[in-house]
Structures are given as C-alpha cells and as structure tokens.
Design a protein. Structure first.
Length: 134
C-alpha cells in the first residue's frame, strides 16, 4: 500500500513469549522441557483520527487481502512491519522498549453508538506471519 503510519495506541497486548513444553515420567520423577515457542497475535486499540485514517487503513488492507473475484491477494501486498514501542511518560523522546514483527491485519471491528460521548476506539488484531524474522 505504501503507507507509513504512526498512530498512538490507547491499549496494546503484545506477546513476548509463549513457550510450549512437554513432560516425561522417569521413575518417580517428572522431567519437564521446552519444545518450542510461539508469539501470539498483537491486539491494539487505537483512537480514531479526525480523518478516519484507521478505518480507511483497515478497509484498504481488506481490499489488498481479498480480490473482488474471490481470490486471495499476494502476501507481499498485505504483509507489513509493525513496530510497537514504549516511551517514557515524562519524556516522549526516551524510547524504553520496542518490538518489531512482520504481520498481517487479521481482525478489524468497530462499535458505533450515536449516544456515546466517548471518542471512537478501533481495535485491530494483527497476526504475526513470520515470528522468527527479527
């Protein structure tokens, strides 16, 4: 799509580690060991911009992922680098932590209520496509 976007998240859930394990019974003892690791989806809730940028982004990604004839788009057209960063609250120039992943938009939804005085929140879920690539 060629979009470089920097949106401020209202909340975010990022998987750091999800280790799989297995157990073996040896005599009277149980031995545990790790067999692999996963990184789960990234859930981010954004406050919608005045221009509707987040909803427009989700709609554009859907068009890239699924063609009008029912076929699926090429992964190169809808995968992207996602950087989630944590900044110091008192000094926004102070980067504390960042996590980058190759992702694709998996879920985008919005709840609309005419009587709600709150700003519009747009939750997006990104699936990590290649968690082994850093």
């Amino acid at each position: 799509i060629g979009w470089a976007v920097e949106w401020l998240a209202q909340s975010c859930s990022v998987s750091i580690l999800d280790a799989q394990s297995d157990s073996v019974q040896v005599g009277h003892f149980q031995q545990n060991f790790f067999t692999g690791a996963n990184e789960n989806d990234v859930d981010i809730t954004f406050l919608e911009t005045k221009g509707g940028n987040i909803l427009n982004f989700a709609s554009a990604m859907k068009e890239q992922m699924f063609n009008p004839d029912g076929t699926q788009g090429l992964p190169n057209d809808y995968m992207m680098w996602l950087s989630v960063s944590l900044f110091n609250r008192t000094n926004r120039d102070d980067l504390i932590w960042t996590k980058e992943s190759i992702v694709a938009l998996k879920v985008a939804s919005v709840e609309l209520a005419a009587n709600s005085p709150d700003l519009l929140s747009v939750p997006l879920t990104f699936m990590k496509m290649y968690p082994m690539i850093k």
